[in-house]
Structure formats: C-alpha cells, structure tokens
Design a protein around this ligand. Structure first.
Ligand code: XMP
Length: 430
C-alpha cells in the first residue's frame, strides 16, 4: 500500500463505518480494526499515520467495558479518542469529530497525505495481485453483478489471460444481460471467458417446483455444480477471485469489528477443490467499488446497475416457473427499465422490477374473451433494504409503461402497481 492510513479501533461504536467514510472523504485511507489489536499487529500494517479509539454504546460486554491494550499508547502514532474515557490520548472527543476537527488531526498531527484515490488504489492492487498470483491462474465466477464485474476488470488489468472467467447463464437473467457480459468482457476487454448456457438444465430442475425456498436452493445448488464442473475441466488453477467488499468483512454495529479470515473457500464448493482467494475489493465500500469500476473502464450501466437477486427472475416468476410467464417477466422488466431510463427514474429509484404471479384473469382481446397473466410493477427506495418505501411514480409514466406492456408482452392483459412498503411486505415477492 502506498497510501497513508488512519486506523480506527472499534471500542463499541455503532459509527465505525461513518467515521471511516468521513476520513476517506478527506482523501485519506482508513480501516477499522478490533479493539484487541496488539502493538505488533498495528506496526505490521502499512503506512499507519494515526489511530482513533472509537468508543460507544456497545462498549460494555457482559457488564465489562472493553479496553485497549495499554501498550498501544506508546505505539508511536498520534492517538485520539471518541466517546472513550482515556487520559492518554492527544485529544478526546465525546462525539464524532467534525470535518474540521478531523482534518486537524489527520493532516496536522498525523501528517497524513491525501493520497487515497482510485488510480492509486488500482495501481496498488495490481501490484499486490501480481505478487500474490505470480504466473498462476485465477478462476472467477462472473455473474455480471457489480462486484464480480469490477473484480474481473481489476484482474484483467493485473494478469490478463491468467484470469479465467466463467459466466453461467441460468436462464433467469434479465433480457440481454448475459449477452452484455460476453460483449463487455470477451469482445471489449478480451478476457478469457467461458460462457455456459445452462438454461435447459436449470429450467428442467425447477419444473413444477412452487416453493420459493426450494426454488432458491435448487438455483443456488445447481449454480455451484455447474461452476464446479467447469472448474474441474481446467487445470493448473490455484486461485479463486472473489468480489468480497468491505461491508462483508466488518460486522457493522457490533462490539468489535472482527476481521473475517480471508483464506476460506467459496461456500458450497467441494473440499478437494480448494483455492486461495484473491479479493482485491475487500477494502472498498459499495460506492467506491463503483468508482473503481468506472476508473477501470467498465460501462456505467454495468457499474450502476440496481441490485438483482442471485436467483434472478426465478423469484419473480411466482410459484412454479413456466416458460411463458418467465418470458412475460423478462419482457415486461425490459420495458420497465427502458421507460425508467427514458424519464431518468433509473438514477433515482433504488430497485424496480416486474413480477408475474401464477394466476390468470379474464380480459378482452380482439373483441373476444381472453384469459391471461397479470404483470405487477414494483419500484422501491431504501437505504439498507431492511425498510423500503414505494416510489410515487407519475401516473403518465405508469400509463406509458402499462400501455407498452399490454401491447408488447405476450399473454398479459392486466398491469398493477404495488403500493406496499416493507414491512409488512418484502421487496421481492418470494
Ligand atoms: P427482500 O425481498 O428480502 O429483499 O425485501 C431485500 C433485498 O435482497 C434482494 N434479494 C436477494 N438477493 N439472493 C440475493 O442475492 C436472494 O435470494 C435474494 N432475495 C432477495 C432483493 O432483491 C432486495 O434487494
């Protein structure tokens, strides 16, 4: 790491990530570490310039307040505390410092340089990846989601053809999604990409399965099996690329932000397929991952795409999946996305999609009675996906979307808008 770093020690604050982001926003890299870090471990970190003891409401565990090792006070770095009763710090704050107070600490006392930026981060990671991987090969499951796409772009920059990407199309992707993965990674970035069209295999396994959890289990399990089969066909692969990001590593809002062990395997792969992990995004927050993707030259549509569940359209084609309803979900979703982009709602709304329930209703088509499916539109805003409220879409916009779905999507005679917040509803229907 070339970048200077301010270390935050978690002493029970619920605002560790807020503070880390505040420091990063000043252009200085910051990491959260557990309160029981030793002086040796602290010295082993690269380019530490200062330490913040970040206390808070979770400091008392089982009636005993957690403390740092007193030896840390003589670690040689400037130390301040926030909501932590220590008389040995340079300065004590009772609440999060303001930007001005932080600047005074970071730049004047710690003499840190504002050198945390994406080009520097990428340069560092490329060097680290090359050092870790040498002339070996790295395997990556490239779903086309933000994290796996950015990892792929980073690895392509670092090791080019030593990266083998596998894209499994489970047949539940959105319209043109797999095609765009192939276009961007194989044709534009010249990645070594194995494309597996497993549509028939997945739809076969899912036939007649109506229970949402069972559907998820089948999709997840089958995904691992397809990936494993591809991995076994390749030889000489020692590493597995993974899109782990910083929030996956820190347990936010807990007493101590423990670091997760980085050398574990991808959940579900058999024991004899052990790889060492390469996780170049593990220090980044989500918005930083997106900035990194843009810096690496990925298209904005890929980097700013809305969240999409792993089981894909499989959980939006409600109940037992049928091909005609899956087609109706895919086509109506594509229309919704097109129209949202046309009026700029794609940049405003957190998540938006359509679902097709497994019932038909009576309608009229060409002067005759029809019996067709219903499309439900959902558009929600949320910060953390725990609570969500609906977007109040303009009636005219909704009308255009409705008219297009009714005219262009086969087997659909009715369109509804879901007004339900979470809770009591969830964001998805299954
Ligand atoms: P719910 O429906 O629980 O969704 O309110 C919260 C968020 O999680 C996404 N979601 C999933 N993501 N695998 C995923 O990777 C899943 O099985 C899954 N189910 C829900 C959902 O799209 C929303 O953003």
């Amino acid at each position: 790491m070339k970048q200077d770093m301010i270390v935050i020690l978690d002493l029970g604050s619920t605002e560790n990530t807020v503070l880390a982001r505040q420091i990063r926003a000043l252009g200085v890299y910051s990491e959260i570490h557990p309160h029981d870090i030793t002086v040796e471990e602290l010295h082993a970190l690269d380019n530490v310039k200062g330490v913040i003891l970040n206390g808070g409401e979770n400091r008392v565990v089982n009636g005993v307040p957690v403390e740092i090792d007193a030896a840390l006070y003589s670690c040689g770095y400037p130390i301040i505390s926030v909501d932590y009763p220590s008389s040995q710090c340079q300065k004590r704050f009772s609440a999060l410092p303001t930007d001005e107070e932080l600047k005074a600490f970071v730049f004047d006392e710690c003499e840190a340089e504002a050198n945390w930026n994406m080009p520097n981060f990428i340069e560092d990671q490329v060097e680290l990846i090359r050092k870790q991987v040498g002339d070996k090969k790295v395997l990556l499951a490239l779903s086309g989601g933000v994290d796996s796409s950015v990892v792929a772009a980073m690895l392509i920059k670092a090791i080019g053809q030593q990266l083998v990407c596998v894209h499994v199309n489970h047949g539940l992707m959105r319209k043109n999604e797999s095609e765009s993965v192939v276009e961007v990674f194989r044709n534009q970035l010249h990645a070594n990409l194995i494309y597996v069209d497993a549509t028939e295999r997945f739809l076969g396994k899912l036939e007649g399965v109506a229970d949402p959890e069972q559907k998820r289990k089948i999709i997840g399990g089958e995904f691992i099996r397809v990936f494993e089969e591809e991995a076994r066909k390749l030889s000489g692969i020692d590493f597995l690329g993974q899109g782990t990001i910083y929030p996956d590593i820190i347990e936010s809002g807990t007493k101590t932000a423990k670091m997760v062990k980085s050398h574990h395997n991808v959940g579900g792969l058999p024991e004899d397929l052990q790889f060492e992990l390469v996780e170049p995004l593990k220090q980044l927050f989500k918005d930083e991952v997106r900035a990194c993707g843009i810096e690496l030259g990925l298209p904005a549509e890929m980097v700013y795409r809305q969240p999409f569940p792993g089981p894909g359209l499989g959980v939006r084609c409600l109940g037992a999946i049928t091909r005609d309803r899956l087609e109706a979900v895919r086509e109506s979703d594509a229309i919704l996305r097109e129209e949202f982009a046309r009026v700029g709602l794609d940049k405003k709304v957190w998540q938006y999609f359509t679902v097709v329930p497994d019932f038909k209703s009576v309608g009229m088509r060409n002067h005759a009675r029809s019996f067709e499916y219903t499309v439900i539109i959902r558009a929600i805003n949320t910060i953390d996906a725990m609570n969500a409220s609906i977007e109040r879409i303009d009636w005219d916009v909704l009308q255009v979307i409705t008219d297009r779905i009714l005219a262009e999507v086969k087997n659909v005679n009715r369109v509804c808008y879901d007004m339900s917040p979470k809770p009591p509803a969830t964001i998805e229907f299954e």
